[in-house]
Each structure stands twice: as structure tokens, then as C-alpha cells.
Design a protein around this ligand. Sequence first.
Ligand code: FAD
Ligand code: UDP
Length: 378
Amino acid sequence: MDLLIVGAGFFGLTVAERAAAAGRKVMVIDRRHHIGGNAYSEDEPTTGIEVHRYGAHLFHTSNPTVWEYVNRFTTFTSYVHKVYTNHHGVVFPLPINLGTINQFFQAAFTPDEARAIVRESADEFDAKSARNLEERGIGLIGRPLYEAFIRDYTAKQWQTDPRDLPAEVISRLPVRYTYDNRYFNDTWEGLPTDGYTAWLERMADHPNIEVKLGVDYFDDTQPLHKRATVGQVPVVYTGPVDRYFDYAEGALSWRTLDFEEEVLEVGDFQGTSVMNYADAEVPYTRIHEFKHFHPERADRYPTDRTVIMREYSRFATREDEPYYPVGTAEDRAGLLAYRRLVEGEHDVHFGGRLGTYQYLDMHMAIGSALSMWSNRLA
Ligand code: FAD
Ligand code: UDP
């Protein structure tokens, strides 16, 4: 074995694929019983509808290197992601655009009129110097739209008052003065034509790659554990950075999600793939309806049944799957301390979302794995 990779998610598999293609023998271990990390999907057995096990995953990128690379393993459908939100029982388009604004104010504003209305209601705060998410939100879209679509949704999602959240969280959400309601701004987007798992399996399908599932790196009873391998073989570690160091600098905080899946005896539950629920009274943040991710599979999917998944958000304990880094001031200090420990670790390369405590989309995880391979490992 020339390289041990801990974690069979997109980061680990990208490094594995590159190393194998360069003639190295690679061992990949994962404590889960499947490859793919959080991007894993499988067909719901009674309907055959592809379900993303760890929450809906939409592929999008503007990085030509990543786009060329991923197209070696899969083709993509022409799916374009759109999201709607239910506020007080009425459905509005997201991200906030001219359609949302006009529907909300029951008006027919032109783009300039809408800009003026928003500016007027946004002058309490300057978005650029906002000290927290609430100030940034109000500075960007004004108080009425902020209170309707952002405040309670954000509080539900982060279980934290938006006044205690960093302003950056909201910067990801574009505001448009046209009727364009594409959720992402990227050059390329789509879903893998025959599913995420087929894509991920093709990445791992090389005679130089061996994958062992159900193997925890910190389990001393299995031969590939941390103490037996560090210093003996180069290691790429994509698990949680704090766990690697046994929480020596404290536990970093994460949000986790609970998913409630249901097969319904109706052909179409909500008419779209993702419906957000903006109000505090509804306990879940959104409902996914998976058949709408693949309209091109209409002739294969049942017409009288559908699979939905309600998503609930909460703080993660050590036993939960960590999904979103929270990034409080304390977490940022902890992360700096862990980065110093990482530097002292001989020939162990930390990558991916958990290994770097960064919210990476798939294209970012793949892009940073390609860089790690060519800049540090090759
Ligand atoms: P992971 O996929 O988390 O893989 C890490 C692997 O390491 C896991 O399989 C884990 O089991 C394994 N591991 C951890 N500890 C150990 C251990 N001790 N021993 C052995 N194995 C271990 N990205 C997008 O581009 N678009 C989206 O729409 C999108 N939606 C998302 C929705 C949700 C709910 C979540 C959580 C993420 C979403 N992402 C999305 C992000 C995407 O999941 C990540 O970019 C991608 O999974 C990162 O890959 P990774 O390899 O870094 O991490
Ligand atoms: N957001 C919101 N209302 C919505 C959708 C998003 O307030 O209906 C905010 C919320 O704070 C969220 C952020 O915008 O954390 C980013 O949204 P996105 O959909 O990108 O979040 P994801 O769930 O993909 O991380």
C-alpha cells in the first residue's frame, strides 16, 4: 500500500482515483457500510425512486477543471435547481427575486421600483458593515422580506437567534431584480444521469484501489488503525479534525439533520423538488420530493406513489453525523489550535469537509482534492 485514505466521500475518492491512475496502490477505509460519504444515494426499494440518504445533493460548478474531471465518470441531466418557500400558507419563489417581491407586496413593480422599495426598507443597516446575520439580511432586502423569509427559517435551521450568527451565512443567498429563480449562479449544473452511487463507484473502480467498508480508523482492534499506520504510510484523513486529536482542543460545533422519509400514495405531493417552510410554527425546514429531481425518469417512476423527506435541523452531539460547521468565535479559535496540531502531524494530510471544518460543496471538495494530489502528494 502506497497511500491510506480514511473516508470514501468525494474528497477521499478523488485522491484515490488520481493516485491509482498514477500507478500507486491505494487503500480506502470508511466506517460506513457504503462509499460516497454524504453524497450517497440509493433507490427507495418499494418505488425505485432515487433518494439522497444524507439530504438532497445538487451538483453545480463554475470550475472548468472540476467540470472536465467529473464528466469522466458520469454524464449530467439538464436539471436546473429551483426552490420555493411556504410563508403563512402561500408559496413564493426563491431566491428572493422580482417574482417574490411583487407577490409579497401584491404589486407589479419594475426592477427599479423594486430596488427603491427594498432600499427604503433596508436603510436601518448597512449590509457591508453588518455585525451579524440579522443586520446583513435587513441591509440586503429590508425588514419585511427578512422577517417573512429569512428570520424564522434561519433560526430553525441554526437553532440560534440570527443576531448571534455570522453575517456571511446569508451572503450565499442571491437577491435578484429579475424573474430569474435559478437557485445557483454557476456555469454548469445537473444531476448524475444514473445516480450518485454509480458515479462514485466508477471513481473507485480501479485495480489499484481497495475499499474496506465498516472500518473505523480509531478502532484499535482493526489493523489499519491510527497508531498502526501514522508514520508507516502516507495518510489522507477526511474524518472530523477534532476527533483525530481526541478533542484535545475541545469539540468543534456542528449542526446535524434528522430526515423523516415517507412513501405516499399520491402521484405528486408538492409539484417540485424542494419546498422550504419559512415560518417558526412548522417544525421542519423543508420537504424534498425526490421524483422531481429526475423528470427524465418519468417512464420508470411510479405515477401513483412518491417519496418525500422532511428535514429537521439541530445541534450535533458526538454520536450524530456532523453536517454543517457552526463556526462560532469559539469554534474559530479551536480550529486555529487544531491547525497547529495538523502541521505537526508527519505525513498525514487533512482534507474534505470534516478534516478542514469548512462547508465545502461537492465541486469544492473535488477541486481541493485534485489540488492536494497534484501539489502535495503526487
Ligand atoms: P464526506 O462525504 O462527509 O465523507 C467523509 C467520509 O469519512 C464519510 O463517509 C465518513 O463515514 C468517513 N469517516 C469519518 N470518520 C471516519 C473514521 N473514523 N474512520 C473511517 N471513516 C471515517 N454539496 C453540493 O455540492 N450540493 C448540494 O446540494 C449539497 N447538499 C448537501 C446537503 C447536506 C445535508 C450535506 C450534509 C452536504 C451537502 N453538500 C452539498 C456537501 C457535500 O456533501 C460535500 O461537499 C461532500 O460530501 C464532501 O465530501 P467529503 O469527502 O469531504 O466528506
Ligand atoms: N435561508 C433562509 N430562507 C430560505 C433559504 C435560505 O433564510 O428559505 C438562509 C438560511 O440562513 C440558510 C442560508 O440562507 O442558512 C443559506 O441557504 P442555503 O439554501 O444555501 O442552505 P443549505 O441548506 O444548502 O446550506
